[in-house]
Design a protein around this ligand. Structure first.
Ligand code: EPU
Length: 419
């Protein structure tokens, strides 16, 4: 973990423009998917500059795959890829290393990999991924903390997921792309990142239809080839900056947004009284004089994103009344609450729900337990009186491109310090 802290002195108005980077949760699937190209190079354009990207590049390098990162563009050459077991330490530093399973099964029919890590959000099983791989004919075992996946051949199948899962949907889309015959995935997730990965795979020669709906149909192909792909904007980063604008924005514009992806957040911010002007690919946000309390429940896309539940919390302390958050995806995703309490926040937390009372926050020393908790503490610092010091910023750097510079350019009093 990084030996740096981020410090914020609260109370500044934010003005100006910020550009949203490529989507983390797309990038972390597009990079593993690229290893499926046995001919030609894949060029991924507009990647976020985050440590999850460099960790995945390093995992590809372990398989003798070349990676050449030029700014935000990444060239991946997987023609000479070799199947090797993937080491535990790197695999455990991010959740999305589980996408190596689907991609490697498709390419090599075999994968040995440590169990995935990622943010501590309570139990995060991968039973639906495994159920899907087994339905395609793979043998999956878990021995001494590593997953062994092997298939003589992959055969298309009909798979109904018991739980709507982003990761399982993408993993099975990848594996089924190179299976023999037709696969039908039912009760799948519909997140924009899934559509983005399907579009990359189709441009690589796959035959996937229905991504973005409840059912995805895949006709397996023998092999995939290189292509060029431009990533979608990060709707969670966009949401984080929209909330920053809702807390402290005046003449404040967020660029490179797909407004359709933001609807569940936009409607909640408007309900709270925030003024939002929506353009083709940007939003102008103005903080209100008075905030109304709101009630929100996290749901799978297009519902309110669990990843924005923590970042929106600081805005709710400003409301004139009690707000309620119900977390249905990860009921234990409330590790930010104790840290906010150090800042003077009044929150009642009960399994899966939090009641948020009007509170005047004060700067304090706080610890990011996970990526979005880190974003939450940073946003809390923007409205707090005095200086907030955020520790464990490695979590934030896993998922936000240059967050300190971006907020500085908007006028925030924020900086990094070495410990
Ligand atoms: N689940 C199962 N079994 C499975 C898979 C999931 O029970 O086999 C459950 C999970 O425990 C959870 C729910 O299903 O309760 C949804 O999990 P999902 O698989 O959709 O989540 P994920 O793929 O592990 C991705 C994002 C998360 C985001 C969730 C929900 C990536 C790398 N991660 O995780 O992003 O919170 O979808 O939208 O795409 C973040 O960006 O901070 C982050 C944690």
């Amino acid at each position: 973990m990084s030996k740096e802290v981020i410090k914020v002195r609260g109370g500044k108005m934010l003005t100006g423009e910020v550009d949203i980077s490529g989507a983390k949760n797309s990038a972390v699937a597009l990079i593993p998917a690229s290893l499926m190209a046995s001919e030609g190079e894949v060029l991924l354009e507009g990647l976020p500059e985050i440590s999850d990207v460099t960790t995945l590049m390093s995992l590809l390098n372990d398989l003798n795959i070349s990676t050449d990162l030029d700014g935000t563009n990444l060239r991946i050459g997987a023609e000479e890829a070799e199947n090797m077991p993937l080491p535990n330490t790197k695999v455990q530093s991010l959740r999305a290393s589980y996408y190596m399973m689907g991609a490697m099964l498709a390419r090599f029919r075999k994968c040995v990999i440590g169990l995935p890590g990622g943010c501590p959000l309570g139990p995060r099983p991968i039973d639906q991924h495994i159920k899907g791989f087994e339905a395609l004919g793979a043998k999956v075992t878990n021995e001494y903390g590593a997953m062994y996946l092997e298939a003589e051949k992959l055969t298309g199948a009909k798979i109904f997921f018991d739980v709507v899962s982003v990761g399982a949907t993408i993993n099975l889309m990848m594996a089924a792309s190179c299976a023999e015959g037709r696969t039908i995935l039912e009760n799948v997730a519909k997140e924009p990142e899934i559509v983005d990965v399907a579009s990359l795979l189709n441009n690589m020669g796959a035959d996937i239809k229905g991504a973005g709906t409840d059912t995805i149909k895949i006709n397996g192909v023998e092999k995939l080839h290189g292509t060029r792909h431009s990533i979608i904007p990060d709707r969670i980063e966009a949401g984080t900056y929209m909330i920053a604008g809702a807390i402290a924005g005046r003449n404040y514009r967020v660029n490179n947004i797909i407004p359709l992806h933001m609807e569940s957040l936009t409607s909640k911010l408007e309900e709270a009284g925030v003024k939002i002007e929506t353009g083709d690919d940007y939003m102008v946000i103005t903080r209100p004089e008075k905030y109304k309390p709101i009630s929100l429940k996290t749901q799978v896309y297009p519902g309110f994103a669990t990843d924005l539940q923590q970042p929106i919390t600081p805005m709710l302390f400003l409301a004139e009344g009690v707000s309620k958050i119900t977390e249905t995806i990860y009921p234990a995703r409330f590790r930010h609450v104790d840290e906010l309490r150090r800042m003077g926040a009044q929150i009642d937390k009960n399994s899966g729900t939090a009641l948020i009372y009007p509170s005047m926050l004060q700067g304090a020393e706080v610890y990011a337990s996970d990526l979005r908790a880190g974003a939450c503490l940073l946003l809390a610092g923007l409205s707090a009186d005095g200086i907030t010091t955020i520790h464990n910023v490695g979590h934030i750097d896993r998922g936000y491109t240059d967050i300190v510079s971006k907020l500085q350019s908007l006028g925030a009093d924020i900086w990094r310090e070495k410990l």
